[in-house]
Design a protein around this ligand. Structure first.
Ligand code: PEP
Ligand code: MN
Length: 294
């Protein structure tokens, strides 16, 4: 069977990803993270710093994210860094700041888990577990995350095909957890003008193949702050259910990924622009949208 022959008018279920596959045109899964619903008509905006660096940095950034309409606070406490000598996160101290910032700002939190041994610890603090690009094919981690029954934000491997990405999600689903959000974050190509090539083809393709919500990370997808807003808007126009964006209260001082982090003012501007764009593609955006009533 041609597994990519799965546009919604011609659905064929590939047994290799039978649980992730879309079974009918209107088959969609809503993922619940705290009081937020992902995958309904409201867009979900997850924002915050690349890494949790200090209590002040996180609380200040969280305040701006909440004020300008972000719904889920992001921030890494365990950071996968290319060099072992780079800042690799505050670990449990960072998780504590995330919990505090989330409570203060009234936002659920999403943070990365890099290892099966961290799932219990990170799960004790986080509302949603992030599995990063470098770990998309870490099958034991995918299965452990599935068993945790926490909502999972699964990022596409930077060298993964769409099918491999969907089958990584299948690992989580096969452990009885269907609360999975897929995140396109750019792939490695020959192009070096930007950090990654943001593959927005992935959005309609994944949404036609699977019933899972699909969001886009224009920060890692571009590596350039000035490219984040245009690609965020393109992602929403392509049908994404939301965004994962890096925001830092002082990007020039960031210990990690400052070059691709929006300042609070830039985040505010993007949110204003999304309010204009969203209705034209049948979506709503804003702090009060996509909320569970009870
Ligand atoms: C991140 O979102 O913090 C991150 C490390 O992203 P990725 O796994 O996509 O590189
Ligand atoms: Mn980052």
């Amino acid at each position: 069977m041609n597994t990519l022959d799965c546009n919604i008018s011609n659905i064929k279920i590939d047994p290799a990803y039978r649980l992730a596959a879309k079974r009918s045109v209107d088959h969609t899964t809503i993922v619940r993270v705290g009081h937020i619903k992902i995958g309904a008509s409201a867009l979900t905006i997850m924002a915050g710093p690349c890494a949790v660096e200090s209590k002040k940095q996180l609380l200040e950034t969280a305040k701006s994210v909440e004020r300008f309409g972000g719904q889920i606070l992001r921030g890494g406490a365990f950071k996968p860094r290319t060099s072992p000598y780079s800042f690799r996160g505050l670990e449990e101290e960072g998780l504590k700041y995330l919990k505090l910032a989330g409570l203060e700002a009234g936002m659920p939190i999403v943070t990365e888990v890099m290892d099966t041994r961290q799932v219990g610890l990170v799960g004790a603090y986080a509302d949603m577990l992030q599995i990063g690009s470098r770990n998309m094919s870490n099958f034991p981690l995918l299965m452990e995350a599935g068993l945790s029954q926490k909502p999972i934000l699964l990022k596409r491997g930077m060298n993964a095909t769409i099918e491999e990405f969907v089958m990584a999600a299948e690992y989580i689903l096969s452990r009885g957890n269907d609360q999975v959000v897929l995140c396109e974050r750019g792939i490695r190509t020959f192009e070096t003008a930007y950090r990654n090539t943001l593959d927005l083809n992935a959005v309609p393709m994944l949404k036609s193949m699977t019933h899972l919500p699909v969001i886009v990370d224009p920060s890692h997808g571009t590596g350039h702050r000035w490219m984040v807003a245009p690609m965020a808007k393109a992602a929403i126009a392509a049908g994404a259910d939301g965004l994962l964006t890096e925001v830092h209260y002082r990007p020039e001082e960031a210990l990690c990924d400052g070059a691709q982090s929006l300042s609070p003012e830039e985040f505010q501007k993007l949110m204003e622009e999304l309010k204009v764009l969203a209705p034209s593609v049948g979506r709503k955006v804003g702090k009060d949208e996509g909320i569970l009533k009870n």
